[in-house]
Design a protein around this ligand. Structure first.
Ligand SMILES: Cc1cc2nc3c(=O)[nH]c(=O)nc-3n(C[C@H](O)[C@H](O)[C@H](O)COP(=O)(O)O)c2cc1C
Length: 172
């Protein structure tokens, strides 16, 4: 038995999505609408709402980092999703440590499990978001990777994964 809706606003269902902190220079924006779209070259797409300050920054700056933080940072993530970088210093607010910056001055966060350095190569407006497509120029993997990814299900719901199971590859 299913209940059927026509808008996302009505269908308040849980769809867990891996969530990252998008850093454009020093500004941090929680992002869960993103995905890999090409393997070689490795390209990544993020959907950013026009009203967000990050939208303007990305248009002007042309690059960003995606910082994949472990689940235990979910309160900081949520806090950063409720304020805007044009009026708040979100890096100070987050209390997160900066490991370094990339060649375009986008910050890399120490707590990340892994980080993608991204240079925007294309963008197009789609509905109420703009899709920014980027070449991933560097992939940084933390030696102390936590394996507890932060998953966001909307409306303040955060979770992580349980056991990881391996499936043997069989040749047919
Ligand atoms: C977990 C989480 C995921 C989010 N994902 C996105 C996203 O993918 N795209 C987007 O435009 N906004 C997303 N948001 C909303 C922005 O993070 C929020 O509007 C933020 O305040 C924008 O900051 P800025 O104005 O400094 O860019 C998300 C918020 C949260 C809490």
């Amino acid at each position: 038995m299913f209940k059927t809706y026509t808008t996302l606003e009505e269908a308040t269902h849980s769809q867990p999505r891996v969530t990252a902190l998008l850093a454009c220079e020093k500004n941090l924006m929680p992002a869960s609408w993103h995905m890999p779209i090409s393997k070689s070259p490795f390209r990544y797409a993020v959907a950013v709402r026009e009203e967000n300050y990050t939208h303007q920054l990305l248009k002007e700056h042309g690059s960003f980092t995606l910082n994949f933080l472990p689940f235990n940072n979910y309160e900081s993530m949520d806090l950063l999703g409720r304020v805007h970088g044009d009026t708040t210093d979100k890096l100070s607010l987050s209390k997160l440590d900066v490991e370094s910056v990339d060649p375009q001055d986008n910050i890399l966060l120490t707590a990340s499990d892994f980080i993608y350095e991204c240079v925007i190569c294309d963008s197009y407006k789609n509905g109420d978001h703009t899709i920014f497509i980027a070449d991933v120029s560097k992939i940084h993997i933390n030696e102390k990777q936590n394996h507890t990814p932060m998953l966001f299900s909307g409306r303040g719901r955060y979770t992580t994964v349980g056991e990881t199971l391996y499936v043997e590859k069989t040749i047919h």
